[in-house]
Design a protein around this ligand. Structure first.
Ligand code: NAP
Length: 279
């Protein structure tokens, strides 16, 4: 039976560390969360971020703009937050309405305050393995979870299923930076199960419950399930955990695996941004 990569335990440990570090700062780190519209999943994610942020003593401002906000108004707000010295981090909660130019809006954020690490300047640093850069929260959360359980990806074959700019690609790059040999799979990949079976570490970031079955895994593997899909009011991962956990060595649950790690990692990034801005 697989051992659990328990994101809640690691999240709680990070919470304690961040809380004590923040207590010793001159001012609480400040994060602005910009939301456009009223997407129910975004509301849930934002509530989780506010709850964690308040627990560790960060200062959070949630700016909720109407669905029909113009790009001009959004840019005006971002520019104000960029120039406000006491604000250390700015995030745009995705998704945003399709009529808004997502890339332009992300590029409008000061890279030094881009704690979600979506700005091209920060992604370039990730590409170059530049240690001064931030790592996107979900990717960072996966790495920290593995590190906690002493699973070292160096020299290992890591298969990442999913190639989005938000999760799959940065995660693949981050593992490459840690000296793993990385294969990236996607919806057009032929013979997915043959590739996933031959990995040491399998990361699934797709959003299709039950995609990874017992036919996709083999003994000795570590499986990290990033996928989150709400089915009949319950959160489901990509992995058919009931059958996969009988075969592999380590597995992350959904919920309680990567999700809590993503929130904690965001606030590690906020603290790092604060420190970079106050050198
Ligand atoms: P996304 O932008 O929809 O990307 C999904 C990726 O999966 C795409 O690259 C797609 O391939 C690939 N894919 C789709 N069907 C596939 C199949 N049958 N076989 C192999 N690959 C397939 O989603 P995302 O933003 O990366 O998020 C992925 C999942 O992670 C979602 O469930 C999301 O909710 C979850 N997530 C969780 C956290 C967390 O904290 N736990 C954070 C972020 C995201 P193509 O490129 O070919 O279309």
């Amino acid at each position: 039976m697989a051992k659990l990569l328990d994101g809640k335990i690691v999240r709680d440990k990070i919470e304690g560390v961040l809380k004590s570090k923040i207590q010793n700062l001159l001012a609480a780190p400040r994060l602005v969360i910009i939301q456009v519209g009223d997407n129910p999943e975004s509301n849930t994610y934002i509530a989780q971020k506010i709850k964690f942020g308040e627990k560790i003593g960060a200062n959070i401002k949630h700016l909720k703009l109407p669905e029909d906000v113009t790009e001009k108004t959004l840019n005006f707000n971002i520019a104000n937050f960029n120039s406000e010295k006491s604000i250390n981090g700015i995030i745009i909660q995705l998704p945003i309405p399709e009529n808004l130019d997502k890339n332009q809006i992300i590029e409008a954020i000061d890279p030094a305050k881009d704690v979600d690490c979506l700005h091209s300047a920060n992604l370039k640093k990730l590409m170059e393995n530049n240690p001064t850069g931030l790592v996107p929260a979900t990717t960072k959360g996966i790495l920290t979870l593995l590190e906690h359980y002493k699973i070292n990806p160096a020299g290992k074959h890591v298969v990442v299923v999913g190639r989005s700019s938000l999760v799959g690609k940065p995660t693949a790059l981050a593992f490459l930076n840690l000296d793993a040999t990385v294969t990236v799979c996607h919806s057009k990949t032929n013979h997915l199960s043959l590739i996933t079976k031959h990995s040491d570490i399998l990361i699934s970031a797709v959003g299709k419950p039950g995609l990874i079955t017992k036919n996709h895994v083999s003994p000795g593997q570590t499986v990290v399930d990033v996928g989150t899909t709400v089915v009949d009011g319950k959160l489901k991962g990509d992995v058919a955990a009931g059958e996969v956990e009988k075969i592999v060595d380590w597995i992350s649950p959904v919920p309680g695996g990567v999700g809590p790690m993503t929130v904690a990692s965001l606030f590690q990034n906020l603290l790092q941004a604060y420190q970079n801005q106050n050198l």
